[in-house]
Design a protein around this ligand. Sequence first.
Ligand code: B12
Length: 451
Amino acid sequence: MSERRVMLVKLDKPPGGPSHLSYSEPIGICYIAAFLEQHGLDCRLTHLFQHDADQALCREIADYAPDVIGFSVRNFNLAATQRAIATIRKSFPAIRIIAGGECITAQQWQSVAALLDTDALIIGDGESSLLAYGSGVSPDEIPGCAYRDQDGIWHGARHDSGRIALAELPMMSRHGLPMNRYCSEAFPGKTYATMHTMRGCRYHCTFCHTAGRYAKVDTRTTSQILDEVALLVREHSVEAIGMWDEDFFAYPKRVEQIAQGLVDRGSPVEWQSFMKLTDLQKAPIRQLLPLLRRSGYVRAIIGLESFLPATLRGYHKAGGTNVEELCRHLTDHGITLCPAYIIGAPHETAADVAYGLERLGRLGVDHGIRMDLPFVQFITPYPGTALFSEYLEQDLIFDPDWSHYDGEHVVVKSKCPADQLLGLRDAFYANFYGQSSESHDATTPSARLCG
Ligand code: B12
């Protein structure tokens, strides 16, 4: 049994703003914590909001006295993580600091190394690499580990980090997390949790990392999934779950088994997942909709992304035809559509954007589709994605500050100027929610729910 203590930290944005609608477990470090605990390392999960993180973090560190602190980073928390690390370096100089997260890729780790004063960075999945690092293995022997030597020189990782079959990993740990504060605007008033039971995606949309990270779609077993739902209900009184698998419907048989398993257990929760529009083109998946609804499935989050064929082609995004007809299948089975839509591709004019948003808004009015929480984002070339390389090469990125890369800032040059894009998005929300309703700012229901 090791004596080492590892603290895993994620600094999050509080829910609020036009499209950030939930606050929930930091899935990546929850999986890592479970794996470290399984191998005898003492581990603490710390999930804090960015704006008040530093003092709370120092209190946690003084209380727990970790040997290693691992930060989970995404572009939009890099600046907050940078500040937190500076504070730790001053107050706790002996602690080793490491970071991981999907924005640390084989192509981009040096940019993150230049921003964060860490001792090491992990590229790829963190479970086995952090176990090795936390157990004192020399960083140059750890797959996926880029590290800084005693002279301050950075050394790249020799390989990507090791990949463990998802079914071999223990259930994600939730110890010490503020479970009773997690919430989603999709389930107002309900206790809420998230699950992630699959790694990978069949598709290769250029704005997303997932397919590039995993050669095949790997899943947890149905009984592991049903056990996790049961534990969430039993131990945390969870009433609603976001099943955040990128390609939840990749294996229809698996979906059927999960839904049937939930029905057999009395449909204990309401739940939602991502769905592809192309899934609805397939009869075997459409046939599952009644069973899904009986199991408590209430909402499908579909990345429609665009109604413009040229834009979809540019993103290598499948779908785009018969959108209204396909989405009607959800309504016919009592399932709500939550559409995600992207505006601001370089070739899009203001008229293109207006056309797309108008059509999006009309899904309900003109086609009787039951929809809520439409989610409009600006195209964002997340570092490490194919889109990032493409736009960089074509000089289409005007904002190099990665902390703005969250879908809510315009960072790409488009025929539709940034101020018009913002105006069109805000007008869409104002129109959809009605001028008098609580508009989508920091006072959204989710922000209030989460305190
Ligand atoms: C599920 C999901 C969500 C859920 C959040 C679930 C949650 N509670 O975390 C929801 C829908 C709420 C969501 C919201 C948003 N998301 Co999101 N989301 C995802 C998705 C689909 C899966 C993430 C996940 O949990 N994966 C499973 C875990 C196990 O993998 P992981 O997090 O990468 O962790 C592994 C490694 O990265 C590494 N690792 C992670 N942390 C650490 C720490 C250490 C110390 C080490 C060593 C290793 C390590 O090890 C982990 C285990 O193997 C990803 C897609 C993707 N490819 O990652 C997008 C993704 C992460 N989201 C993204 C974005 C932009 C957002 C939003 C900003 C969208 C918006 N405009 O509101 C918000 C921000 C929310 C927030 N505060 O984080 C982007 C992030 C881009 C970036 N580079 O920053 C991604 C990559 C999608 C994309 N476009 O490619 N998201």
